[in-house]
Design a protein around this ligand. Structure first.
Ligand SMILES: [Ca+2]
Ligand SMILES: [Ca+2]
Length: 433
């Protein structure tokens, strides 16, 4: 048996880092073909629309669990539960209850809609449907929005830009859509004929190629709890991932900053990650005596089936005399509890799998193997390494340890280094030979 050293520091790193810094990487402007390109429509799913699109965000609240496409753990908040086929948001006084998309989706030429079966009746509590892209946002909310007690409002970047008197029947369906560069916030009594509440011209609108979608209630009533009930997100049905093939994301890191897909780029204490010198360079912050790691993590998900993810560790002079567990890594995450890894903790390369938080070291290769690749073919997942990015050898292979149709590629440095760390590392050639 090999020792069961734990790579869990990587998971903790992602949980804290993403929440903290997602909003500060507002690099979405002018991206054109950022998300949802390539890979074709609906392979392996029953959903119309391009891969990566918001169309896969469906829910009928019938299976009783919170699962992807929604984040199932939103720190410090209540999640919408499923009761009698409805999504039920129960918010204590002064709190909220909501769901948000686990990954970022493409809203271009598409829409997200929601049936508000029962709006909240507690004073100062409102239901909402929101689309966010970095610091930009549009939200339908009501009744009980601050200063708008009996209204349905649309906010743009958190400021009320439109309001009408709230009517639970006429405003039973809410949707946010984008077409020809314009963004619309609309309501409907039936989900068929829609009334425009707010329209953003193409000049006013923001880039919606990578958006987070959320809905639920905010209860600002200091004394009473609030409840609301929802149904049929995007018409309802069972979620089928429809992400673009992993191989469609390529990067030589020659741009001046990260591509928008790396929106969840994170630096933690003492670790600097910078796109420069034609790669992604990891350095220790000389002003700090400890580091908690840093990473590039995609915002949208990807489909690894019949596809692959590779990266080159192009340079590595990192020396960690007292803590050998400061691994450089390439990771594919299904969620916080299920992922696969290449790590390079010291003078070797390791293949790991983590299933339901149980870690297993699978195989070890020499440190000269500077290229790492995950590849899926015919139901088999391969860990492959190379010295030159052209000839690959299999380090390990297995069946699917978890669904491989919705994974996030991530790379960087994890672990906790506290003393004497020096040097730097550079990643390059993501999905490029
Ligand atoms: Ca469910
Ligand atoms: Ca239902």
């Amino acid at each position: 048996m090999r020792p069961m050293r734990s790579p869990l520091a990587l998971s903790a790193l992602l949980l804290t880092g993403c929440e903290a810094l997602t909003g500060s990487f507002h690099t979405l402007e002018g991206t054109g073909g950022a998300g949802g390109q390539g890979g074709g429509a609906a392979e392996g799913g029953g959903i119309d629309g391009p891969c990566g699109g918001v169309g896969m965000l469906v829910d009928d609240f019938e299976d009783g669990i919170v699962a992807q496409p929604w984040a199932d753990d939103v720190s410090g908040t209540a999640l919408i539960t499923e009761e009698e086929g409805l999504g039920v948001a129960r918010a204590p006084n002064g709190n909220h209850a909501f769901r948000k998309s686990y990954r970022l989706h493409d809203l271009r030429d598409s829409e997200v809609r929601l049936e508000v079966v029962e709006p909240p009746t507690t004073a100062d509590a409102f239901a909402f449907l929101e689309v966010k892209a970095g610091m930009d946002s549009i939200m339908i909310a009501g009744p009980g929005y601050s200063g708008q007690p009996d209204n349905l409002v649309v906010t743009v970047n958190n400021a009320v830009s439109s309001n009408v008197t709230f009517q639970s029947n006429a405003h039973r369906w809410w949707r946010i859509r984008q077409t020809a560069g314009q963004i619309f916030a609309e309501t409907s009594p039936s989900g068929e004929a829609w009334d425009v509440i707010k329209e953003l011209s193409a000049a006013e609108a923001f880039d919606v190629s990578l958006v987070e979608v959320s809905f639920g209630i905010q209860n600002n009533n200091a004394m009473e709890a609030a409840v609301a009930r929802f149904d049929r997100v995007n018409g309802g049905g069972a979620f089928e991932p429809n992400w673009c093939k992993a191989g469609t994301l390529t990067d030589d890191f020659s741009g001046g900053g990260p591509k928008p897909e790396w929106v969840r780029r994170v630096q933690n204490l003492g670790c600097l990650i910078t796109q420069k010198e034609g790669g992604v360079v990891i350095e220790f912050d000389p002003a700090q005596t400890a580091t908690n790691g840093c990473l590039y993590n995609t915002g949208p998900g990807y489909d690894l089936r019949d596809s692959s993810v590779s990266v080159q560790l192009a340079e590595n002079s990192i020396v960690t005399p007292n803590e050998p567990d400061a691994p450089l890594y390439l990771q594919l995450r299904y969620n916080d509890s299920n992922y696969v890894l290449f790590t390079r903790p010291s003078q070797m390369v390791e293949a790991w799998v983590i299933v339901d938080n149980v870690n297993q070291l699978l195989a070890v290769a020499g440190a000269d193997q500077g290229w790492w690749r995950f590849r899926e073919s015919n139901g088999t997942l391969f860990w492959e390494t190379s010295t030159n990015g052209r000839e690959w050898s299999t380090l390990y292979r297995t069946g699917h340890p978890f669904p491989l149709d919705a994974i996030d590629p991530t790379f960087g440095m994890g672990g906790a280094v506290t003393t004497g760390a020096m040097g730097r590392a550079k990643f390059d050639n993501f999905n490029l030979p």
